[in-house]
Ligand binder design. Structure first.
Ligand SMILES: *[C@@H]1O[C@H](CO)[C@@H](O)[C@H](O)[C@H]1NC(C)=O
Ligand SMILES: *[C@@H]1O[C@H](CO)[C@@H](O)[C@H](O)[C@H]1NC(C)=O
Ligand SMILES: *[C@@H]1O[C@H](CO)[C@@H](O)[C@H](O)[C@H]1NC(C)=O
Ligand SMILES: *[C@@H]1O[C@H](CO)[C@@H](O)[C@H](O)[C@H]1NC(C)=O
Ligand SMILES: *[C@@H]1O[C@H](CO)[C@@H](O)[C@H](O)[C@H]1NC(C)=O
Ligand SMILES: *[C@@H]1O[C@H](CO)[C@@H](O)[C@H](O)[C@H]1NC(C)=O
Ligand SMILES: *[C@@H]1O[C@H](CO)[C@@H](O)[C@H](O)[C@H]1NC(C)=O
Length: 483
């Protein structure tokens, strides 16, 4: 069976088969010239893995489970929630970044030296304040491009779930925030191609609290930041050392650890805009490791499993998507594409028990290995894809319906349910598991009875295409409430 996941394997087999050894006509050796299996495994060294959720998308490091459905199975329903694509810094972050740049240039240095030599020609990459908070549109990692490509790749993977001849409208759902809406549109154009305009009905769901549980961005009304969240500091030894190095190379410069953090933060977004940043090389990989950890801590304690209400928030989507999986393509649709923010998706992971550490993250050291690396969980464009699989019987498994979770294109089995084909979980077991462990959003968050008590928009949706494109229905950027 031919499928995308097998292209890599196919190419290396072909390379092996054509490598000839000796001169005997007709004899093709099995001994390859080049090592067919990569021995370098460099992804841990990639800066993309150490910049938290701020920089370009990268696939999750896999467990080695095949991405395609196992031989006996076909996907008959897909439910995805995706974060917006690569973006500019938020305007709320811009203030401290710009203050640090002013401090740098205010040092009066004429000729930059050492690791900062590039400052002799470098310029800041945001030349219009209006760009803050928006998707990027230049460079190889730009948010609009990567989102379109993701849509086109999913067309290859899930195109069989779109019955073009039916002429049916396909609803998609996005939270009401400009960059998220732009993401939904670009993804839709990628997936549906030039049928997008007439085929899709983009439903825009308000992010307001009055939506209660009928929301892609639900919140616990009384959920305050934890004390640890408020006490997190960027004054780390690694950043003090970096400041000292740059100051020594450039007499007159007086950077401190906070400034180093701000400069690293700023440079990550340069990748989203330009694809390349000289700043990345001004810091060591170990310093980037620490930078990544500041992002893990920030997420964990401020918007992650360290927040006691987090699972309850994620249970809204986990519960409603369970209903879709049980209904299946017979009673529900086959395709559910949804778009929101990073901190709307991480609660869902917690509710499902994916990427949830057993112990709180330490503040004074980095745990090795760590199961909570945001760069591996929710980069820009990060997404959780639930696949419903219809499987024939195999020698080891029964015929039936199975569920798999795919996080950033890596299959992530459930620890307490992986007996199905391809480490999947039978729908019956999945249902039991969620019914046992999902907290009740309404009671845990003391939801006001005047607002919607459950998610309903997947069943009651609008079939209008009015919001498919930016036009009279233009929705403005709404400030910095989310990331
Ligand atoms: C499952 O079995 C049916 C009946 O033999 C066959 O038509 C179908 O292609 C099989 N599905 C897969 C994914 O192999
Ligand atoms: C998509 O476009 C193709 C080519 O015009 C057409 O055959 C097909 O019916 C369209 N599908 C839908 C759902 O509009
Ligand atoms: C959040 O803080 C406010 C004000 O300090 C307090 O009244 C409220 O009870 C807190 N909520 C929770 C859930 O702790
Ligand atoms: C670094 O300097 C800035 C002002 O330039 C200041 O706001 C910040 O608190 C300083 N950080 C540390 C750790 O001293
Ligand atoms: C779970 O979802 C179903 C259907 O969407 C809904 O009727 C039910 O109220 C939800 N349960 C909870 C606890 O939210
Ligand atoms: C619930 O909402 C109503 C209407 O907005 C409001 O009057 C009431 O004070 C709210 N109750 C609580 C407990 O927040
Ligand atoms: C669907 O969207 C259209 C266009 O925005 C709007 O006029 C209509 O009222 C909406 N219908 C429902 C049921 O929300």
């Amino acid at each position: 069976m031919w499928s995308i996941g097998q292209i890599g394997t196919f190419l290396s087999v072909a390379a092996v088969a054509t490598a000839s050894y000796g001169n005997r006509p007709g004899y093709v050796s099995r001994i390859p010239f080049a090592a067919p299996y990569d021995q370098s495994f460099l992804e841990g060294y990639s800066v993309l893995k150490h910049i938290g959720g701020l920089g370009p998308y990268s696939n999750r490091m896999s467990f080695g489970i095949g991405r395609d459905p196992p031989d006996a199975c076909t996907v008959d329903q897909v439910i995805m929630i995706r974060r917006h694509g690569e973006r500019y810094p938020q305007s709320s972050d811009a203030e401290s970044v710009e203050a640090t740049l002013e401090k740098l240039y205010g040092s009066g240095i004429d000729t930059w030296k050492g690791d900062l030599t590039f400052l002799n020609w470098w310029t800041y990459y945001v030349d219009d304040e209006g760009l803050y908070g928006l998707e990027t549109e230049t460079g190889p990692y730009n948010g609009l491009l990567t989102t379109y490509k993701h849509g086109a790749e999913y067309r290859v993977r899930y195109g069989h779930l779109w019955d073009q001849d039916s002429g049916k409208k396909i609803p998609m759902w996005t939270s009401e925030y400009e960059r998220v809406i732009q993401t939904a549109r670009k993804f839709g154009e990628g997936f549906f191609g030039w049928n997008y305009t007439d085929t899709v009905a983009l439903n825009v769901i308000s992010e307001s609290e009055i939506m209660g549980a009928n929301s892609l961005t639900p919140e616990c009304p009384g959920d305050n930041d934890t004390a640890i969240c408020d006490s997190l500091s960027q004054d780390l030894p690694a950043f003090r050392m970096a400041a000292d190095r740059l100051n020594t190379q450039n007499p007159g410069l007086d950077l401190n650890s906070t400034d180093v953090f701000e400069l690293m933060f700023m440079s990550v977004f340069e990748l989203n805009v330009r694809g390349y940043s000289d700043w990345i090389n001004a810091f060591t990989l170990d310093e980037w490791k620490w930078f990544g950890y500041t992002q893990d801590l920030d997420f964990y304690y401020c918007a992650g499993p360290g927040d006691p209400y987090y699972k309850a928030v994620g249970s809204v989507y986990a519960n409603a998507s369970l209903t879709l999986l049980i209904q299946g393509p017979e009673e529900a649709q086959t395709i559910y594409f949804n778009f929101a923010h990073d901190t709307n998706i991480t609660p869902i992971l917690a509710a499902l028990g994916i990427a949830s550490p057993h112990e709180d993250l330490p503040l004074d050291k980095i745990p090795f290995p760590s199961s909570y690396e945001i760069g591996n969980i929710m980069p820009m464009g990060g997404h959780l894809t639930l696949e419903r699989m219809k499987c024939n019987a195999t020698a080891a498994t029964e015929e039936g319906i199975y569920v798999r979770a795919v996080l950033n294109e890596a299959v992530v089995p459930f620890n307490d349910c992986q007996e199905g084909p391809g480490f999947s979980c039978s729908l019956a077991h999945y249902t039991k598991m969620l019914n046992n462990k999902l907290p009740d959003f309404v009671s845990e968050c003391k939801l006001n009875s005047t607002v919607p008590q459950y998610l309903d928009f997947w069943w009651n949706y609008n079939t209008s295409s009015a919001y498919n494109h930016q036009g009279t229905a233009y929705i403005p950027y709404q400030g910095d409430g989310w990331a």
